[in-house]
Design a protein around this ligand. Structure first.
Ligand SMILES: [Zn+2]
Length: 388
């Protein structure tokens, strides 16, 4: 399978190697230009229950380099949320507790193939945990920079996989800046810059279509910060369309936190570029607290091309979303819960159509935040019944 990087703005091509700089000289992010084989969709049922069942579509040369923890093939369950029918994609059930495992599996496999020995990554927590876990499995050294106020559970998880955790004071953006100083020594395993990550997240769309017996949903709604899920889904749509597997395009609907919503602001103004927002407020939805989405322009294009939508939710609505999902037996982190009010707010989500909502991260990763900050209930030890 041949592949090369191509700049998403100036279209200049670059070779793929472990020494290639992480972005184009013009400052923009790379896309991956590649040829993939058609998937034998009739025969997929008997294949392995992970993202690697779509092997023909994943641009890795040699199967011996696959680094996998059985990620993907997560349940799709039917629910009524915000008075709309939705199929909930429980992607928080991936091995490290978030959908980022899809991207980490493909990116770390490619790094292994390129002979990378040590990596650095910046993350609000979930991508860091996923990269740390897959690097542990591949025997690749790993350093993760996280904002100081990331959920403690995420920092402990990353550290437990053997990765070095470096806490950076200030908002998420400071972490993205701090990582730059370390790039001379290490490969930048960035889930936002490296397009191989999106080759993994695209599989969520393959999977949703397969679970719907290769029917396309009418809309897909998801949290969006840097956008690694919506960007991946857009790649999946284009590929399955080119293969002739689907003939309809779902509306892609992004939900941002009102406290930090640079893509939404550009969207409603009709702009093609996203202006970074450096005065973002704190949000419970830490996974999408992104002031400067490096692929913002691409995200705006995707939303418009799919006749989609971008909506925002307030902190109160995020908390309410967490509570509503808990009552349905779904324990997700606040970032995932933005889809609850998002479903209600977007007029592009029609009540009786096939709407898929993606739940991205496990609640087990921010339990202390639930208790201390969200005040989900007046929870104390007294609420627990102990047996005598
Ligand atoms: Zn360029």
């Amino acid at each position: 399978m041949r592949a090369n990087y191509v700049c998403s703005r100036c279209h200049k091509k670059s070779q793929i190697s472990k020494n290639t700089y992480y972005k184009c000289k013009c400052g923009s992010a790379f896309k991956l230009e590649k040829t993939i084989k058609r998937l034998p969709i009739e025969n997929l049922r008997d294949r392995i229950g992970s993202i690697w069942r779509y092997r023909e579509a994943i641009p890795l040369e040699n199967d011996n380099n696959i680094v996998s923890l059985g990620e993907g093939m997560t349940p799709l369950i039917q629910e009524n949320v915000s008075n709309k029918r939705a199929l909930l994609k429980l992607d928080y059930l991936c091995p490290t507790g978030s959908y980022k495992d899809r991207g980490a599996s493909v990116l770390v496999s490619k790094m292994k193939e390129l002979g990378v020995r040590t990596v650095v990554e910046d993350s609000s927590g979930n991508a860091g945990a996923a990269i740390a876990a897959y690097c542990a499995r591949a025997g690749i050294g790993c350093e993760i920079l996280c904002p100081e106020d990331s959920s403690k559970e995420k920092l402990i998880q990353i550290n437990s996989y053997g990765a070095k955790v470096i806490k950076i004071p200030g908002p998420r953006e400071k972490t993205a800046i701090a990582v730059q100083k370390r790039l001379k020594k290490c490969f930048y395993a960035s889930h936002n810059w490296n397009p191989y990550f999106l080759e993994g997240t695209k599989t969520v769309f393959y999977e949703i279509c397969q679970q719907l017996h290769w029917k396309t949903p009418d809309s897909i709604i998801m949290p969006v910060g840097y956008g690694s899920i919506i960007l991946g889904i857009a790649i999946g749509i284009r590929e399955l369309e080119n293969m002739g597997v689907i003939n309809k395009i779902p509306r892609l609907i992004a939900v941002q936190s009102e406290a930090c919503s640079p893509i939404y602001k550009a969207f409603i103004k009709g702009e093609n570029e996203v202006t970074p927002l450096y005065n973002c407020k704190h949000t419970y939805a830490e996974g999408i607290a992104c002031a400067n989405p490096v692929r913002g322009r691409e995200i705006l294009k995707i939303v418009r091309e799919t006749n989609g939508d971008i909506v925002t939710v307030s902190e109160e609505e995020i908390i309410e979303g967490v509570k509503i999902l808990l009552r349905k037996g779904i324990y997700v982190e606040p970032t995932s819960a933005v889809i609850v009010e998002g479903l209600a707010k977007s007029a592009k989500v029609k009540k009786e159509e096939i709407n898929v909502a993606i739940l991205t991260g496990s609640g087990l990763k921010s339990t202390m935040r639930f208790l201390k900050k969200i005040e989900i209930s007046d929870f104390t030890d007294k609420n627990l019944d102990y047996a005598d």
